[in-house]
Design a protein around this ligand. Structure first.
Ligand SMILES: Cc1cc2nc3c(=O)[nH]c(=O)nc-3n(C[C@H](O)[C@H](O)[C@H](O)COP(=O)(O)OP(=O)(O)OC[C@H]3O[C@@H](n4cnc5c(N)ncnc54)[C@H](O)[C@@H]3O)c2cc1C
Length: 342
C-alpha cells in the first residue's frame, strides 16, 4: 500500500499520549500531528535559559509496565532515557528532614524531559508535524474531518485523535459523541512551577536532590541541574500543591513566586532571591492550568475514549491516571484499537 492510500489520521497534541499513539499507528496510517506549542512533548517540558535548564513539567517518571519498558528501550540505548537515583527527603511542617524510602526506579529523559519528542520524530520523517499550530476547530463530517488553525485548513481526515486535556478536547468536539459525557466529567487541577537559577556565589548547599514538603503551598522541589545528563549552574524547580494552585490559578505570577519562595525559605532555611536581586540568576513562575487529573475519564482496562462511527477519539494521562506512563498507555492502547480499522 503506498503512503497516499493509507487512511489519514490527525493527532492534536504531541505530549506522551499523542506521541505513543502516533508511533503505534505509523505503519498503517498517514499521520499528521499538530501542537500549539513550539516544541514537542507537552508537559514533558524543558526550559533552557543558559547556563540554566529546568524541567518545569514532569520531573521524572516510572516505567512499570512491560509495554512502556519495551518502547523505551531504543531511546535508552541512544542515551535519551537515564536512571536517576536522587537523594530523596521528606521535609515536615517544622522543617525536619527525613530520608524518603522510595525504592522505585526513577527515569528521566535526557538531556531534558522534552527530549523524547525530538528523538522520536527524528526517526519518523514520514510524519507530517505542525508545531506552533493550535487547532481552533474541527469541521466537516464523520470520516472527512477538516482542522482549522488560524487561517489554515488541514484535511480531510478519516479520524481525529484529541491528545489534549479534556476541557480543551471538549471545546473542539464538532458533534455529540459516545464520549462527550466522559470528557465533561473529567477534572484536572493546576500547578505552579517556580524556576530558580542561582549564580555560583548565591547557590545554597543542599544535601538532597528531591524534597516532598508537608505544607499547604509547596509540594515538591528538585535540583534539576543534578539530574543525569544536565549539569550547568544550580537550577532548582519548586512545585506547588495542586489544591493550592487551583485556588490561586488566576493570581499574579510574581505574587505566586513570592509565596513559594517564602515557604521554601521557611521550610528549608535555604536562601532564595528576589527578582530585583537576581541580576545574574533566573527567577520565573510557570502556571499549568491543566497539570494533574483529579477525576478520571475511564479505567486502566480501556484507557482511551473512542467513537468509531464518528471517527473521533480522545487520549491522555487523565483517562486513567495522572502520570507519564498513564499517558503512554492511553496512546498505545488507542493505537492498538485503531489498527483494527484497517
Ligand atoms: C508540574 C507537573 C509535574 C509533573 N510531574 C510528574 C512526575 O514527576 N512524574 C510523572 O510521571 N508525571 C508528572 N506529571 C504529569 C505528566 O507530565 C503527564 O502525565 C504527561 O506528560 C501527560 O501527557 P499527555 O500527552 O497526556 O498530555 P500533555 O503532555 O499535556 O500534551 C498535550 C499537548 O496538547 C497540546 N495542545 C493542547 N491544545 C491544543 C490545540 N488546540 N491544538 C494543538 N495542540 C494542543 C499541548 O500544547 C500539549 O503539547 C507532571 C505534570 C506537571 C504539569
Amino acid at each position: 500500500m503506498s503512503k497516499v492510500e493509507k487512511p489519514r489520521i490527525a493527532i492534536i497534541g504531541t505530549g506522551m499520549a499523542g506521541l505513543a499513539c502516533a508511533d503505534g499507528l505509523a505503519q498503517d496510517f498517514d499521520l499528521t500531528l499538530f501542537d500549539k506549542s513550539r516544541g514537542l512533548s507537552g508537559r514533558l517540558s524543558t526550559r533552557r535559559a543558559p547556563p540554566y535548564a529546568f524541567d518545569h513539567g514532569a520531573q521524572y517518571f516510572r516505567a512499570d509496565s512491560a509495554a512502556f519498558q519495551q518502547w523505551l528501550k531504543p531511546f535508552e540505548a541512544a542515551g535519551h532515557v537515564r536512571t536517576w537515583l536522587p537523594r530523596h527527603v521528606n521535609i515536615s511542617a517544622d522543617g525536619t528532614k527525613t530520608a524518603r524510602l522510595d525504592a522505585a526506579a526513577k527515569k528521566v529523559f535526557a538531556p531534558g524531559m522534552s527530549a523524547i519528542g525530538k528523538a522520536l520524530v527524528a526517526g519518523r520523517p514520514q510524519w507530517n508535524v505542525y508545531l506552533d499550530c493550535g487547532v481552533d476547530a474541527v469541521d466537516g463530517k464523520a470520516g472527512a474531518w477538516v482542522l482549522r488553525a488560524g487561517e489554515q485548513s488541514f484535511g480531510p481526515f478519516a479520524h481525529v485523535v484529541l491528545a489534549i486535556p479534556p476541557a480543551q478536547g471538549q471545546a473542539l468536539l464538532p458533534v455529540e459523541t459516545s464520549f462527550t459525557q466522559a470528557l465533561a466529567k473529567t477534572k484536572m487541577l493546576g500547578c505552579h512551577t517556580l524556576m530558580l537559577g542561582y549564580a555560583p556565589d548565591e547557590a545554597p548547599a543542599l544535601d538532597w536532590d528531591c524534597a516532598h514538603f508537608e505544607d499547604d503551598v509547596l509540594g515538591f522541589a528538585a535540583v534539576n541541574s543534578g539530574k543525569p545528563g544536565r549539569g550547568g549552574e544550580l537550577a532548582l524547580v519548586l512545585q506547588t500543591k495542586h489544591d493550592w494552585s487551583q485556588a490561586h490559578i488566576e493570581d499574579d505570577a510574581e505574587a505566586v513566586g513570592a509565596t513559594m519562595k517564602a515557604r521554601f525559605e521557611a521550610l528549608t532555611g535555604s536562601k532564595t532571591f528576589t527578582s530585583s536581586s537576581a541580576a545574574s540568576g533566573y527567577d520565573r513562575v510557570h502556571r499549568w492550568r491543566y497539570a494533574s487529573a483529579q477525576v478520571l475519564a475511564t479505567t486502566p482496562e480501556q484507557p482511551y475514549l473512542l467513537d468509531r462511527d464518528q471517527g473521533l477519539s480522545a487520549i491522555g494521562d487523565w483517562c486513567s491516571g495522572s502520570k507519564v506512563e498513564d499517558a503512554f498507555l492511553s496512546g498505545a492502547a488507542l493505537a492498538a484499537s485503531l489498527r483494527n480499522l484497517v
